[in-house]
Write a protein that binds this ligand. Structure first.
Ligand code: GLU
Length: 547
């Protein structure tokens, strides 16, 4: 009776917990269907780490014919950022990652923002108060500080527990008086645990982990009336009927608290899958990928350079499941959705985040796209991120598409493009506006012999109508006539007899057009660029290189 009075005094106007049990019934799903959630705090953006965790939650729920929902965990109002919720929702939308339920789309188990669920938490806190399983704690900052100092001095475990928990056994009547007198308080769990007992977490990814039972009287409702993470986790994951709690492994050590809360509240415990963090190499050490320090952790970084969302997802899938990559290579026509993700292939320790690997996956991805598709996507990308290039390509899809088609539809296509911004980096020299903007395009180029013969090649020999074979035969004849070896063996026998070999001759043409010694197929480039313009480029080249 006394407990009831206390509970009514603290939470006079909340509904009975049974109301919510009825309001949020068990979900009617087929056997084995998982209900998972992604539960970020409203940090304003999605980063690689959160994408990685949400990826598991989403794929496992979808594959099993279950439900995945987004829940915003904003009970720590000190950490609020402006547009924190909208930012996250936008990022997911941009990535075309959708949840079945959440703050925007709604659902039968909402609200999906914790600060809007205050009454629900309070109902369950009230229930615990009524049952004598929770109590108001009036400890001041000062008292807690002293407690800590005493524990340190006595080399005791730090925390609010057992006989150290001063207000745990405060007579209810006294508590009622204190509240009536307006004293500040929070609500704590009256932990029934014993630190000497062992409990076991049977983690879906990490296997069995033994830990001491919780005996801390943890805070469940803070002075602002909102729950702590622990309490909200138990109430929400129960009422939202989560079957698998998939979350970062920094929460493993809190499991004893969570297990106990589920027991005390009379809830069935969900299964847990703790995901190891993404890590990064820094010198010789390995540390957690940081959303503050590491630029590659922000999704916006990939948007800016133009890495397609699909690639980000492919990379995440690759580090998420150890056999995904091999499977994907063996099944080039399949998509992520065709692969069956399982907990047992997820990494137990940290997964090394490797930007080079991500970019190489991207290059393979681009190599499978059609030139038209890349053109369209590059157009969209440059409209937002590179207005100058957008203007250059927007009215002539053929030009860029032909360039992108060079060595594309062959068994081993080129792998030089890994992002939409690479398209410009790869072909800038084919656009005169970009070329003429470069101050000294040939500044590193020099030859140990006079190369003016190249003018003769272009004016007298080069013919746009030639097919590739005819073209190359003429190149060889001309090169030979001006002193280049066209036969490797001959050249090897006595290089001093020649200006260089045929590759050296071709390189002059290549450098003239592209400024570099590496480029896609020369024959195609020359033809697409066109003879008239080649003669103009030749003038610039000869002027620059001879000076
Ligand atoms: N809001 C918690 C976090 O940001 C979520 C943990 C969980 O998924 O339960 O880490």
């Amino acid at each position: 009776m006394e407990y009831k009075e206390l509970a009514d005094l603290i939470f006079p106007n909340v509904k009975d917990a049974s109301y919510y049990e009825e309001k949020y019934p068990e979900r009617d799903l087929k056997e084995g269907a998982m209900v998972t959630r992604f539960a970020p705090s409203p940090t304003g953006f999605v980063h690689m780490g959160s994408l990685y965790t949400s990826f598991s939650a989403i794929t496992l729920a979808r594959q099993s014919g279950g439900v995945v929902y987004l829940r915003i965990e904003d009970t720590d109002q000190k950490r609020e950022v402006e547009n924190g919720v909208e930012g996250i929702i936008n990022d997911f939308n941009n990535l075309k990652i959708y949840f079945d339920e959440g703050p925007t789309q709604g659902g039968n188990y909402g609200p999906y923002i914790q600060s809007e669920r205050r009454d629900i938490y309070q109902s369950f806190a009230k229930k615990l108060l009524e049952e004598g399983k929770a109590y108001p704690c009036f400890a001041t900052e000062e008292e807690l500080k002293n407690l800590r100092e005493m524990q340190e001095l006595n080399k005791e475990r730090i925390g609010y527990y057992g006989s150290w928990a001063k207000y745990r056994n405060l007579p209810v009547e006294e508590a009622i008086n204190k509240i009536k007198n307006g004293e500040d308080y929070i609500i704590r769990l009256k932990s029934p645990g014993d630190f000497n007992n062992k409990i076991i977490l049977d983690d879906c990814i990490k296997g069995k982990i033994e830990m001491p039972e919780n005996d801390m009287d943890i805070v469940i409702i803070k002075s602002d009336g909102l729950p702590t993470y622990h309490f909200a986790h138990a109430v929400d994951d129960h009422l939202m009927r989560t079957t698998h709690v998939i979350r970062g492994d920094e929460w493993v050590s809190s499991y004893p608290i969570h297990k106990q809360l589920f027991e005390v509240l009379g809830f069935r415990e969900p299964k847990y899958a703790h995901i190891a963090p993404l890590t990064i190499k820094e010198g010789t050490t390995i540390r957690k990928l940081s959303k503050r320090k590491d630029k590659e952790s922000a999704i916006s970084f990939y948007n800016k350079i133009g890495v397609p969302d699909e690639v980000i997802k492919l990379y995440i899938a690759t580090i998420n499941n150890s056999s995904f990559e091999e499977w994907y290579i063996a099944n080039p026509d399949k998509t992520i959705d065709d692969y069956e993700f399982t907990f047992d292939k997820m990494p137990i320790g940290g997964s090394l985040f490797d930007l080079d690997k991500l970019m190489s996956i991207s290059k393979v991805y681009f190599s499978k796209l059609t030139a038209q598709d890349i053109y369209k996507r590059t157009l969209e990308y440059s409209k937002e991120y590179d207005q100058e290039f957008y203007e250059l390509i927007k009215d002539d899809s053929n030009y860029l598409t032909s360039l992108l088609n060079i060595e594309r539809n062959i068994e081993r296509p080129r792998m030089d493009i890994g992002s939409y911004s690479d398209v410009k980096k790869e072909f800038w020299y084919m656009f005169d506006t970009l070329f003429t903007k470069v101050d000294k395009p040939y500044q590193d180029v020099s030859y140990p012999y006079d190369i003016t013969f190249i003018r003769d090649y272009f004016t007298k020999v080069y013919n746009e109508e030639d097919n590739e074979e005819e073209w190359f035969n003429k190149v060889k004849d001309f090169a030979s006539s001006v002193g280049f070896a066209i036969n490797r063996k001959e050249y090897k026998e006595d290089p001093t007899k020649f200006l260089g070999n045929i590759a050296d001759f071709c390189s002059i043409i290549r450098v003239m057009l592209t400024t570099s010694n590496m480029s896609p197929n020369m024959y195609d480039l020359l033809k697409i660029y066109g003879k008239d313009k080649l003669l103009q480029r030749l003038d610039i080249f000869l002027k620059d290189v001879n000076n």
